[in-house]
Design a protein around this ligand. Structure first.
Ligand code: NDP
Length: 505
């Protein structure tokens, strides 16, 4: 929690707003540039519906320019050829600069996409600086290999950067989703083009400026702003982009597979949607704790989380007790002013998303679930996009609220009668990102966690993580992993160099 008061944050936010009046440009080759067409789009703050900035609206020609400079930067080795120990120092300096600009970056995030300032500061900015520190620190501690061949040869298996990589990211954790891709990509020596979501471009631009200040050479980290079907698509189809790393919806992830197939078979990393099952069993003694942690995790970040535990699968014998606790916790998530450090739920990213989320209340009623709290707009006087925390009870897993990703503060409770039914229900989804099981029985914990088809399984906790563990999903939740040392493999090619050292074989 930050020490600044609500009034302090409002005063600082006004300064940021005033500065943003000058407009937000792309960063290409170390310079702030307008779109070649001169076009801009308006970034609106969901906090109050007020315009924040006119942002450069890039298109294919801007992507071509960025790819060209990124390629030139890669080819002349200004970054890729620097010793890993030097890249480490620069990345760690970048992390220090992010920490030094903590309040400014947190405000950009909160103003642009609506999350509470306490979260932007203590979670987003902290995690972003930590991510650059972690990959910077890792990169000069990883060795290549010598294969165990016959003595007549030396076969080296070495890792080389892909070259030019693009990162296309969503708006729910704009800086953090970018950092999970940009940090390992830079650490391994690639040149990068980042495309932030059009709803939240401001922090990406500022990050690229700080990267330059930290010593990342011009042309190595570029930002092209604009909308997905234009800029994202142009990156996906570009013949000179070697890898494309995407976080976003499953639908757009599928487009990227098409773009890759239609162009140069560029490598893809896809972190996609989720509909995470969270199983609370009667064999877990502290039902209140399980329910309360589940509610906090479901409403955190306005529910705009790919890992949101949005399907709460509960044994019928403890359903009432669980639901009572969920209701109690939901009251502490009444939407508030995102610039108030006491606020725990802010605004949804924009009006159209708020409308889409609210429509699920109608779907729930139509399909026969009970809407036991929420389901309406909040803080309408603010001009912003706020939705009440919402709980659907007595749902079944075939309902739309149990199958579709809502990406808002809505929690679906599905009662079941046995552990087997809980597992079956959990796996009855096209997604497989996160999941959880609550039980004090070790054998059950082991059996359930092995049976769930998901990239992340939490036992008796939710959303616990740090940089050391991989993050990503099974099934339609994606391909590949972010975070941890495993993520570095996505950004490198393996090369085998076989040297014959004893004359002809
Ligand atoms: P989208 O898939 O709509 O957008 C993500 C990014 O893709 C944005 O930068 C967007 O640009 C761009 N994009 C949109 N359409 C296209 C297109 N046709 N071609 C190329 N690029 C395109 O997702 P949201 O922004 O709505 O984010 C929410 C989604 O992200 C959820 O499904 C969520 O689960 C997922 N997510 C997954 C995570 C994970 O790690 N698995 C983590 C966080 C979120 P623009 O917006 O500018 O049009």
């Amino acid at each position: 929690m930050t020490e600044l008061s609500k009034a302090d944050w409002h005063a600082k936010a006004e300064q940021i707003r005033n500065a943003a009046q000058a407009g937000a440009k792309m960063i290409i080759n170390g310079r702030k540039v307008d779109a070649a067409s001169g076009r801009t789009f308006t970034s609106i703050s969901p906090i109050d519906g007020r315009p924040l900035a006119q942002v450069a609206c890039g298109a294919e020609e801007d992507v071509n320019r960025a790819v060209q400079v990124a390629r030139a930067a890669f080819e002349d080795g200004r970054w890729a050829s620097r010793p890993p120990a030097e890249r480490k120092l620069v990345l760690r300096r970048f992390a220090d600069l992010i920490r030094a600009h903590r309040e400014e970056l947190a405000l950009l995030e909160t103003l642009d996409m609506g999350k509470p300032i306490a979260d932007s500061t203590s979670i987003d900015v902290r995690a972003v600086s930590n991510c650059f520190d972690w990959y910077g620190e890792a990169i000069d501690k990883i060795y290549d290999e010598i294969a165990p061949t016959a003595a007549s040869a030396v076969a080296m298996v070495t890792k080389e950067p892909l070259g030019v990589v693009a990162a296309v990211v969503p708006w729910n954790f704009p800086m953090l989703m970018a950092a999970w891709k940009v940090a390992p990509a830079l650490a391994t020596g690639n040149s990068v083009i980042l495309k932030p979501a059009e709803q939240s471009p401001l922090s990406a631009i500022r990050l690229a400026e700080l990267a330059l200040e930290a010593g990342i050479p011009e042309g190595v980290f570029n930002v092209v702003t604009g909308d997905g079907p234009e800029v994202g698509r142009a990156l996906g189809l570009h013949m000179d982009v070697d890898g494309l790393f995407f976080t976003g919806s499953t639908q757009v992830g599928k487009y990227f597979m098409e773009y890759s197939a239609q162009s140069n078979l560029k490598r893809l990393g896809l972190e996609l949607g989720g509909k995470s099952p969270n199983i609370i069993l009667s064999s877990y003694r502290d039902t209140k704790h399980a329910a309360s942690t589940s509610a906090h995790s479901a409403f955190f970040n306005q529910g705009e989380m790919c890992t949101c535990p949005s399907r709460l699968i509960v044994e019928r014998s403890i359903q009432d007790e669980v639901v009572e606790t969920l209701l109690t916790i939901s009251r502490s998530y009444a939407p508030g002013d995102p610039l108030d450090p006491e606020t725990s739920m802010g605004a949804l990213v924009n009006e159209s998303h708020a409308n889409r989320v609210l429509a699920f209340t109608d779907h729930a009623r139509t399909d026969g679930a009970d809407v036991i709290t929420g389901g309406k707009r909040a803080r309408t006087e603010s001009g912003g996009s706020y939705v009440e925390p919402t709980i659907f009870n007595n749902a079944t897993n075939d309902m739309r609220i149990a199958q579709e990703e809502i990406f808002g503060p809505m929690l679906t409770v599905i009662p079941v009668d046995s552990v087997e039914e809980a597992i079956k229900t959990a796996n009855d989804s096209c997604y497989g990102l996160a999941s959880a099981v609550w039980t004090d029985d070790l054998a059950t914990a082991h059996r359930v966690s092995k049976s769930i088809r998901a990239g992340l399984v939490y036992v008796n906790c939710y959303d616990c993580d740090d940089m050391t563990t991989p993050f990503g999903g099974f099934k339609e939740s994606g391909i590949g992993r972010d975070k941890s040392l495993h993520a570095l493999d996505k950004y490198v090619e393996l090369k085998t160099t076989w040297m014959n050292i004893e004359g002809r074989p």
